[in-house]
Design a protein around this ligand. Structure first.
Ligand SMILES: C[S@@+](CC[C@H](N)C(=O)[O-])C[C@H]1O[C@@H](n2cnc3c(N)ncnc32)[C@H](O)[C@@H]1O
Length: 270
């Protein structure tokens, strides 16, 4: 079975509900606000997948590096950067163990990729590696899902959405109502189904039928207090702000806002 991360094109299509340039606007706005030296010159995207954010940073003139464990994701990220005629260095490595031998003004991990860190040891190792790669005053911005998803009065174990890009449609189901979070390990096996229809050549060469991808993606739920504990254990990083969505200035969303649906933490090298 091909997993969703082994098919980067389908993954990117499924996640195209995001406005990546708008998110990068906000990320750079936060840098202006929280980084004494202001606009970063170098950026490292961790667990980057197709590296859409790294590509966008590169388009804006930053020296961008993208790191991911999955070889298919890395090959796709490099190919898409070349196709977009931007320079992104792509590194296949583990976000708990990497050692690139240099530091970055900004490090980002987007779309709850830290949910692939299954243990506290892994999370702490990851934070230590991030801290070791930050230049003085550099920021590490981590986007996670909001704890309300799992701890609210009506926990969300499954979400569904549809996207359309260039005549190709994807109907995405991430998690099924039967998926259960293990109360001891805080790990769930999320059943994922992506149904792609549209342009026959892209969807299913030769017959134009729908292509259906199914996968089971292990997900580790991290609470806000566990995140705080992991940061303290790792040392070398301090929390400078937390937000509930991508929005700056008048559009700032507090983590405690009832509309908040992300947990975005801005860490600075201590
Ligand atoms: C949900 S995808 C997110 C991709 C990207 N951050 C985005 O915003 O689209 C999670 C990614 O994490 C990668 N990943 C999982 N465990 C990893 C690890 N230990 N080190 C590096 N990458 C990892 C997967 O290969 C996958 O590409």
């Amino acid at each position: 079975m091909t997993g969703i991360y082994d098919d980067p094109w389908a993954y990117e299509l499924a996640c195209s509900f995001r406005d990546v340039p708008a998110e990068v606007d906000v990320l750079l706005g936060w840098c202006a606000e929280h980084r004494p030296a202001g606009r970063p010159g170098t950026v490292l995207e961790l667990a980057a997948g197709p590296a859409e954010h790294a590509r966008e940073f590169a388009r804006r003139g930053l020296a961008a590096t993208a790191l991911d464990l999955n070889p298919q994701m890395c090959a796709y990220a490099a190919r898409e950067a070349a196709r977009a005629e931007v320079e992104v260095e792509v590194v296949q490595d583990d976000m708990t163990r990497f050692d690139l031998g240099r530091r970055f003004d900004l490090i980002v991990t987007m779309l709850d990729s830290t949910s692939h860190l299954m243990t506290l040891d892994a999370f702490v190792a990851h934070l230590r590696r991030a801290a070791a790669h930050l230049s003085p005053g550099g920021l590490y911005i981590v986007e996670m899902s909001h704890p309300r998803d799992r701890l609210g009065d009506e926990p969300t174990v499954s979400t569904g959405w549809t996207v359309e890009r260039g005549g190709v449609h994807a109907s995405v189901r991430w998690g099924e109502p039967g998926d259960r979070l293990d109360p001891v390990t805080q790990i769930a096996d999320d059943h994922v189904t992506v149904t792609i229809t549209g342009d026959g050549d892209v969807v299913a060469p030769g017959n134009g039928d729908a292509r259906v991808l199914r996968d089971v993606v292990p997900y580790r739920f991290w609470t806000a207090t566990e995140l705080d504990a992991a940061i303290r254990l790792a040392s070398g990083l301090e929390v400078v702000a937390q937000y509930g969505d991508f929005g700056a200035g008048a559009d700032t969303v507090a983590l405690t806002d009832p509309e908040a649906w992300r947990m975005i933490t801005i860490l600075r090298g201590a």
